[in-house]
Design a protein around this ligand. Structure first.
Ligand code: C2E
Ligand code: CA
Ligand code: CA
Ligand code: CA
Length: 278
């Protein structure tokens, strides 16, 4: 072995500080990205399986960095979550989603739009009051909004987050638990939180039509959710076989590339128009 332990440690320390520096500069870049239009929102439809209609859409953020090009949300969201910048981003997405929703509601009055909110943020009283203001100013019925909540590994005060969710639900906002079944979102959620919707993680959905244990898990999750009066969305639906399985299992809604990739707002609007004609 060429390296002594000391040298190994040295290399680690160097990469750690390089990562820290990169993350710090990213945090510094967010505000100008928001100002200069480098951050946008795309929409992925959720298909209602009983009616065959698009009844809601999930807002997903996109960031094309001025020098680094498109960044993956899976990369920059966790970085922003380490600071209060995630609040700025989330408020931006909520504003945009409300503006788009208002335009779409002219022709689709029952449409709902879902926004991703990290549970960590729900512990911030400042964020909640900002959010309330944005929603009031937006002038859209809160019942048209859904918050998809993922538990953050760093969540320190789950009871406070639960309290915040109760408040949001009191305003009329629908509460959805995201990535259900993964380490991040578990049965505890169902017990403690006032849920309207549960999204089964793609890792269970993708093989459910061909893998017996995944099939059992998906079916029993759907049955359990229904017993509790909670709607079920399957995410990451990529094939007809998968969709057929979900129909048979009594799943309420499906989302995934089979139905549509996330779309810029204008294209989503065209999809809505086609959906009305169908
Ligand atoms: P998520 O909430 O689980 O969102 C679903 C992700 O799966 C999206 O990735 C979506 O583009 C992708 N996807 C949709 N259909 C399919 C499919 O059929 N197959 C496959 N393989 N993937 C599919 P995206 O947009 O890259 O977002 C990644 C994650 O970043 C999201 O996971 C969410 O946790 C987070 N995120 C995205 N936008 C926001 C946001 O505005 N705020 C916060 N806090 N988090 C966000
Ligand atoms: Ca989500
Ligand atoms: Ca998800
Ligand atoms: Ca996921």
């Amino acid at each position: 072995l060429a390296l002594s332990n000391g040298e190994l440690f040295h290399i680690h320390a160097e990469t750690d500080s390089a990562v820290a520096e990169e993350e710090l500069s990213l945090l510094g870049d967010l505000d100008s990205a928001l100002t200069y239009g480098n951050v946008s929102v795309v929409y992925q439809p959720k298909l209602d399986l009983a009616s065959g209609r698009i009844t809601s859409a999930e807002a997903l953020v996109r960031w094309t960095h001025a020098t680094r090009g498109p960044l993956r949300p899976d990369y920059f969201i966790p970085v922003l979550e380490k600071s209060d910048r995630i609040a700025n981003l989330t408020i931006f997405v909520v504003r945009r989603a409300i503006a788009d929703l208002k335009a779409w509601m002219v022709t689709d009055p029952a449409l709902q739009v879902a926004v991703n909110v990290s549970a960590l943020l729900l512990q911030s009283a400042e964020f909640l009051s900002q959010l309330k203001k944005v929603i009031q100013e937006g002038g859209v019925d809160p019942h048209r909004l859904i918050f998809e909540v993922t538990e953050s590994a760093a969540m320190t005060a789950p009871d406070r987050a639960a309290e915040a969710l109760l408040a949001l639900k009191g305003w009329g906002i629908g509460i959805s638990v995201d990535d259900y079944g993964t380490g991040q979102s578990t049965l505890t959620y169902l017990k403690k939180l006032p849920l309207d919707e549960l999204k089964i993680d793609r890792s269970f959905v993708e093989h459910a039509h061909q893998n017996r244990s995944d099939a059992v898990l998906v079916r029993s999750t759907i049955d359990m959710a229904h017993e509790l009066g909670v709607k079920v969305v399957a995410e990451g639906v990529e094939t007809e076989e998968c969709l057929q399985f979900l129909r048979m299992a009594g799943c309420d809604m499906a989302q995934g590339y089979l139905i549509s990739a996330p779309l810029p707002s204008q294209q989503f609007e065209q999809l809505l128009a086609a959906n009305r004609m169908a």
